[in-house]
Ligand binder design. Structure first.
Ligand code: URA
Length: 259
C-alpha cells in the first residue's frame, strides 16, 4: 500500500495535506524519514509515525455515538448540524458514515463506521438485526399493543397499507414501552404507536443486537470501539434482557415515571 494512502485511511487529513507533510519530512517509516508519498509500506509490519506520533493501523474504524435530539443523521448538510459534526476533528476519517438513521428528535445508539459491509448488514431487514427502543408514551401503556405489533401492524405507505415485520413490545412503566424491531421504516416506532392510538413523546434507541448504549455516555458523546465490539450488533439478545438492561440503566435518565 502507498504511504499516502495508508495515512489517508488512518487520519482526518486530506491527501494534499499529507503529501505536504510527507515531502516536508514529517513522516517516518521504521525510524527513517521518508519523503516520497508513493513509497510502498506494509500496514501490519512497518512502524509509521506522523509528526512524531505513531500511527496505528486499523482496516476499519467504528464510533458508537449517543446521538442527541436535534442533530440530523447524515454525513453532511449545508444547513443543519449532522452526527458527523459531533466527532472531534482528528476522528473525522474520510469514509465514515452513519449505519442506519435515527430521526431528528430521537436519541440514542448510532454506529458511525467506515465499514460499508457492516453498515449494510446492520440496516438490511434481511439480516434481522434487532433494534431496541425505549418509548415514552402520552397515554398509559395498553397490553393489547403486544399482540397488535406481533401480528405485523399496518402502516400507511404511499397510497396503501403495508404490514410491518412482527415486533415485540414490553411494558416497563405506566407510560413506558420497550420495543424490539427488525427493520427501520420511516418514523417506525412513532407511527406504530400512533396506529395503535397512542403518541410517542420521547424516543431512545438503547441497544442494537447485543451492543448496548453505555449508560454513562452522555448525549452527544461517543467512543471508539473495536471490530469485536461492533460485531455485538449482530449477536442475539431478547426483549426481556433488553428491557431489564433498560430499566436498570435508564430509569434515572430522561425517564421519570418508571414504576
Ligand atoms: N422509529 C422512529 O420513529 N424513529 C427513529 O428514529 C427510529 C425508529
Amino acid at each position: 500500500m502507498r504511504l499516502d494512502r495508508f495515512l489517508s485511511g488512518q487520519t482526518a487529513l486530506s491527501r494534499r495535506e499529507l503529501t505536504e507533510l510527507i515531502r516536508g519530512g514529517s513522516v517516518t517509516v521504521n525510524d527513517a524519514v521518508i519523503r516520497r508519498p508513493e513509497t510502498a509500506v506494509s500496514p501490519e509490519r512497518d512502524r509509521i509515525t506522523l509528526q512524531g506520533r505513531a500511527v496505528q493501523y486499523s482496516e476499519f474504524h467504528h464510533f458508537l455515538l449517543h446521538k442527541p435530539a436535534g442533530v440530523i443523521t447524515a454525513s453532511r448538510d449545508p444547513k443543519q448540524k449532522t452526527v458527523l459534526d459531533l466527532l472531534g476533528s482528528a476522528d473525522r476519517l474520510p469514509k465514515l458514515a452513519p449505519a442506519g438513521r435515527l430521526d431528528l428528535d430521537t436519541e440514542g445508539l448510532l454506529l458511525i463506521t467506515d465499514d460499508g459491509t457492516r453498515a449494510h448488514k446492520m440496516i438490511s431487514p434481511k439480516h434481522h438485526t434487532a433494534k431496541y427502543y425505549l418509548a415514552q408514551l402520552a397515554e398509559p401503556y395498553d397490553t393489547e399493543y403486544e399482540a397488535l405489533f406481533r401480528s405485523g401492524i399496518l402502516l400507511r405507505e404511499g397510497g396503501s397499507e403495508e404490514p410491518c415485520l412482527p415486533a415485540e413490545c414490553m411494558q416497563i412503566g405506566e407510560r413506558l414501552a420497550v420495543l424490539e424491531l427488525h427493520e427501520g421504516k420511516y418514523h417506525q416506532v412513532r407511527r406504530m404507536f400512533a396506529a395503535a392510538g397512542n403518541h410517542v413523546t420521547h424516543l431512545l434507541r438503547f441497544q442494537v443486537g447485543a451492543l448496548c448504549l453505555p449508560p454513562d455516555l452522555p448525549a452527544g458523546g461517543y467512543i471508539n470501539i473495536l471490530n469485536k465490539d461492533a460485531d455485538k450488533a449482530f449477536q442475539n439478545s431478547s426483549i426481556s434482557d433488553a428491557a431489564a438492561f433498560c430499566a436498570r440503566h435508564y430509569s434515572s435518565y430522561w425517564i421519570k415515571d418508571l414504576k
